[in-house]
Design a protein around this ligand. Structure first.
Ligand code: SAH
Ligand code: SF4
Ligand code: F3S
Length: 473
């Protein structure tokens, strides 16, 4: 069979990134190879996000660009998958008549069959059937592109929490956990292909396995921690209401578990948290932050904030600012509240004006910037253990221009801070290539969103890996 080309545009969260990888692997069975060039593609897949209005607009503006391409090449196949596809179904075909396929978040395993049907019958397909059972994809072979050091692994799908602003339960379905055996096997295969770090994905990893009576999340972490060859484990997202003592202790007990937790607070006001249906108070949140820091003193804590939720008064907003000052997060993602047609808050009274939301967002970002910069500054002259993920952006530019000079690498600390650095070890080219290795980097300069340093490329000792002793490069 002749090779055909597949272009995927992935919009949205890490779950969509993972799904796009599965889509690409599934379509390999039909001889589709990935291309980075839209014009070269025989099949274009848009993997969409519905979390905020802006994400949805991005989808439709990209689809608009495809109309002309289809006109020029009528045999081009265009498919829309992901959360907007799930939400809108056949309506997308009406809005963009040049599309061939709409497939939902539970239809990835049926995608190769749908493409075959479109090719042979020249039909249009809508498949948004949901299921509360996880279909393990038999075409998932987890082939890893050479040099991929870090990969996402989805451990559960859907969400049962129904936060009043959120579309996820409607577009991703009921919360369902994957069997730990399948997760462990997948990670084994990734490690065999050279992957050294996995990030476990779920909307609320703390409730992993509960409904099905599988193992708990901390138990799953323990089993993954035992996988030889794997160096680091991360996970996201943790719902504060379900953050358990056992999970907090895992940060101390499991040496591969990175010292970072993303713990979205959403608002600092108890009144708003209640209207959001978050099921915790600011006091409970602060207590959990204290426990995390007492158990794992260098843990980095990041969070999500929504500003301008319906009914958010100036006093409520002030409480959010006050909470940010109290916790001093390592990083923050802040969003202007956006109505989602399916989510109940869309029907709440007390909508906040666009301009007011914009101002509140800016205030949050400005405040957080001070903390991020200050936290990074404290790392100057320290030695950080970095897992090297590849060339830095600057190096990629240099590679394009073909200028030879010392290679600049990039990686992250256990606390998830980006470090760009030189390897000053020039003994031989073998040790100079530090890709996929844990190296000690001395931090020479700090910026607001990254660190800059130098290493001599030495492997850290096993003590460093356990964080018990710091090693000076
Ligand atoms: N499961 C995760 C969140 C996934 S969505 C959790 O519970 O934390 C990622 C973030 O998008 C949310 O944390 C929230 O801050 C933001 N978000 C979700 N719906 C939104 C909406 N309607 N408007 C603005 N931000 C929203
Ligand atoms: Fe959305 Fe809440 Fe579920 Fe997170 S926990 S995905 S915010 S409903
Ligand atoms: Fe967006 Fe769907 Fe993720 S709505 S944030 S792509 S789960």
């Amino acid at each position: 069979m002749e090779t055909k080309y597949l272009y995927i545009n992935t919009i949205g969260c890490q779950m969509n990134v993972y799904d796009s990888e599965q889509i690409a692997r599934g379509l390999k069975s039909l001889q589709y190879e990935m291309t980075p060039f839209l014009e070269k593609a025989d099949l274009i897949i848009v993997n969409t996000c519905a979390i905020r209005e802006k994400a949805e607009q991005k989808v439709f503006s990209f689809l608009g660009r495809l109309a002309g391409l289809k006109k020029k090449r009528p045999d081009l196949i265009i498919g829309v998958g992901g959360c907007v596809a799930q939400q809108e179904g056949a309506k997308i075909l009406e809005r963009a008549p040049y599309l061939d396929l709409v497939f939902g978040t539970n239809a990835i395993d049926r995608l190769p069959g749908a493409i075959q049907a479109i090719l042979s019958k020249k039909c249009r397909i809508v498949d948004i059937e949901m299921s509360d059972q996880i279909k393990e994809l038999d075409f998932v072979t987890n082939e890893v592109d050479k040099g991929e050091v870090s990969r996402f692994v989805t451990i559960m799908q859907g969400c049962d929490n129904y936060c009043t602003y959120c579309v996820v339960p409607y577009v991703r379905g009921r919360e369902t956990s994957r069997d730990p055996k399948n997760i462990i096997n997948e990670i084994h295969r990734l490690v065999e292909s050279g992957v050294r770090e996995v990030t476990l994905l779920g909307q609320n990893v703390n409730s992993y396995g509960m409904k099905e009576g599988l193992c708990t999340f901390p138990e799953l972490l323990r089993r993954i921690n035992d996988i030889d060859g794997l160096l680091r484990i991360r996970f996201t997202t943790s719902h504060p209401k379900d953050l358990s003592e056992n999970l907090i202790h895992a940060f101390k007990d499991l040496y591969k578990l990175c010292h970072h937790i993303h713990l979205p607070i959403q608002s600092g006001s108890n009144r708003i948290l209640k209207r959001m249906n978050r099921k915790y108070t600011r006091e409970i949140y602060l207590e959990k932050v204290d426990k995390l820091r007492n158990t794992c003193p260098d843990i980095a804590i990041t969070s999500d904030i929504i500003v301008g939720f319906p009914g958010e008064t100036k006093t409520d907003f002030q409480e959010t600012l006050d909470l940010i000052k109290t916790v001093k997060f390592d990083g923050l993602f802040a969003f202007k509240y956006s109505d989602r047609p399916n989510a109940s808050a869309a029907r709440f009274v007390g909508k906040i004006l666009k301009n007011e939301k914009k101002q509140r967002l800016q205030q949050v970002l400005d405040l957080q910037d001070q903390f991020t910069t200050r936290k990074n500054k404290t790392l100057k002259d320290s030695i950080q253990l970095v897992l090297v993920e590849g060339f830095s952006k600057k190096q990629n530019q240099i590679n394009k221009q073909n200028i030879s000079q010392d290679v600049q690498w990039t990686g992250r600390t256990s606390t998830n801070k980006i470090v760009n650095f030189y390897n000053s070890d020039d003994t031989d080219s073998c040790t100079k290539n530090v890709m996929g290795r844990l190296v000690n980097v001395r931090i020479l300069q700090t910026f607001s969103h990254s660190l800059w340093g130098e290493t001599n490329g030495k492997e850290p000792t096993s003590f460093d890996l356990r964080g018990e002793k710091s090693y000076v490069a």
